[in-house]
Design a protein around this ligand. Structure first.
Ligand code: TGC
Ligand code: FAD
Length: 392
């Protein structure tokens, strides 16, 4: 892979809206991605291998629990900083951002928000340092967009719970030390349970042959009469709203992350278009290519503004779930469109691993599906503005 020459576009001078601390945090993440991710990520994706070497660095730049309080090992940062870190990581690769999203928003967040003090002390510092990796089991073979129908269940056996069922499409599953698993009790109420690797009857087979997120490990979670200690139930929130609240935090990070992937594709295509000569002049001089590039920077700028405002609302604890859905949906679709257009600007070179664009494009096919599909987020907006649910 050629040297990473990334320069971030800031067409509307949005840096002026950030504090010096935000810019320092972003620069640290940006430099780390250039140094540690860019040189190895293409090979990891080609080999379909999660690059374990990056775990320590992710912890060091604060990507594991950016907003989790320092007393639990988190970085104690605000929501804008969290977003900026996700943007920079996904500029490198959506799969690496997935690893960080899952660890932070889908594992540390529920333990912090819905766990008791013993659970927080036991797990959060180890997750923040990367000593423990976690995963989040909501989706099942028969229940993706409709997680409320889940079949995974647990039974109260007096001194422990007995867990049975299966989850699939679980990011980090093959490398996880713990899993936050959503399952129904005998009354049909959804609860979160912490399942640890090594518990008898618990296995995490890897999902192979993905054309997308190849540098992220995906797998199943199988529970065959797993005895889960009672102290591993998250006591402070139950019902479908609990996992959905975690998803709000992760979807917010994805809204930022998608901008990173889009910026990388745009920056690569712009540089290439200025250098590639056809018919005696750089292809950047042809109107059709300028249209593509001009529309890209317009769409990136709109997404940056949307997301900056969402970050401000999140910092004030005023962002609604529907606002987060709108940003996740808009920004991922925007990034996917930019990846496709950028790929065309590079012609045949665009399909090779010499450039990051095709990898981003394939990754974004997962990002547009997970954490709520493009269509589901549209229906969430539809529900929000009409008051009528079109889900069922
Ligand atoms: P519905 O009846 O609307 O809601 C059930 C309860 O949940 C509450 N609620 C929320 N609470 C917090 N945050 C949200 N975003 C919430 N949305 C809804 C709601 O108020 C209600 O509470 P209560 O007290 O009245 O019971 O639920 P529904 O069954 O009709 O479904 C709604 C729907 C379709 C929007 C939801 O289920 C959904 O979002 N589906 C998409 C599923 C999804 O996003 N799965 C993601 C799996 S994890 C993943 O993909 C990780 S990839 C990570 C990576 O690699 O980066
Ligand atoms: P389905 O729900 O079967 O949907 C199929 C199609 O039907 C979609 O286009 C959808 O929009 C549409 N559709 C469904 N319902 C409606 C409706 N009511 N109205 C209109 N259209 C509808 N899950 C986890 O729990 N944890 C993870 O860590 C995780 N990581 C993932 C990693 C990867 C790489 C991928 C690809 C997925 C991951 N997922 C994870 C699962 C992901 O969240 C689901 O794939 C997603 O929620 C969609 O579910 P589904 O694939 O079963 O699609």
């Amino acid at each position: 892979m050629p040297k990473d020459l990334f320069t971030a576009p800031d067409y509307y001078l949005l840096d002026e809206l950030l504090t010096d601390e935000h810019k320092l945090i972003r620069e640290a993440a940006r430099e780390w991605v250039k140094r540690e991710v860019s040189p190895i990520i293409e090979e990891a994706a080609q080999q379909a291998k999660f690059p374990t070497s990056i775990v320590k660095g992710l912890a060091e730049i604060g990507a594991f629990g950016p907003y989790i309080p320092v007393e639990y090992g988190g970085a104690g940062l605000d929501q804008m900083s969290y977003g900026l870190i996700m943007q920079e990581i996904e500029r490198g690769d959506s799969g690496v951002r997935s690893t960080a999203s899952v660890q932070s928003s889908l594992v540390m967040y529920p333990i912090w928000k819905f766990g008791d003090e013993t659970q927080r002390q036991k797990y959060l510092p180890k997750l923040a340092s990367g000593e423990f990796m976690g995963c989040f089991g909501l989706t099942e073979p028969n229940h993706g967009s409709n997680p409320g129908g889940m079949e995974t269940k647990f039974k109260d056996m007096g001194d422990h719970y007995l867990l049975n069922g299966a989850k699939m499409w679980i990011s980090n599953a093959p490398i996880a030390d713990i899993a936050v698993v959503w399952a129904k009790n005998e009354q049909g109420r959804i609860h979160g349970l912490i399942v640890e690797r090594g518990m008898a009857g618990f296995s995490t087979p890897e999902t192979h042959h993905k054309w997308s997120l190849r540098a992220s490990a995906t797998g199943e979670l199988i529970f065959d009469n797993v005895k889960v200690p009672k102290e591993n139930l998250l006591p402070n929130k139950s019902g479908l709203g609990a996992p959905l609240q975690c998803l709000d935090s992760a979807r917010y990070g994805i809204a930022w992350g998608a901008i990173g992937a889009a910026m990388d594709c745009y920056d690569t295509a712009l540089r290439y278009a200025k250098e590639r000569v056809q018919f005696g002049k750089p292809i950047a001089g042809f109107q059709l290519q300028q249209k593509k590039l001009a529309e890209m920077i317009t769409d990136i700028t709109k997404a940056q503004l949307l997301t900056w405002r969402l970050g401000t609302l999140r910092n004030e604890n005023r962002a609604t779930s529907a606002q987060i859905s709108m940003a996740k949906r808009n920004n991922v679709a925007m990034a996917l469109q930019i990846a496709r257009e950028s790929r065309q600007i590079l012609g045949a070179m665009g399909i090779t691993g010499d450039y990051s664009i095709m990898r981003h494009m394939m990754n974004l096919e997962s990002v547009v599906t997970y954490e709520g599909t493009h269509d589901i987020h549209l229906l969430i907006t539809g529900f929000d503005i009409t008051g009528i649910s079109a889900f069922n």
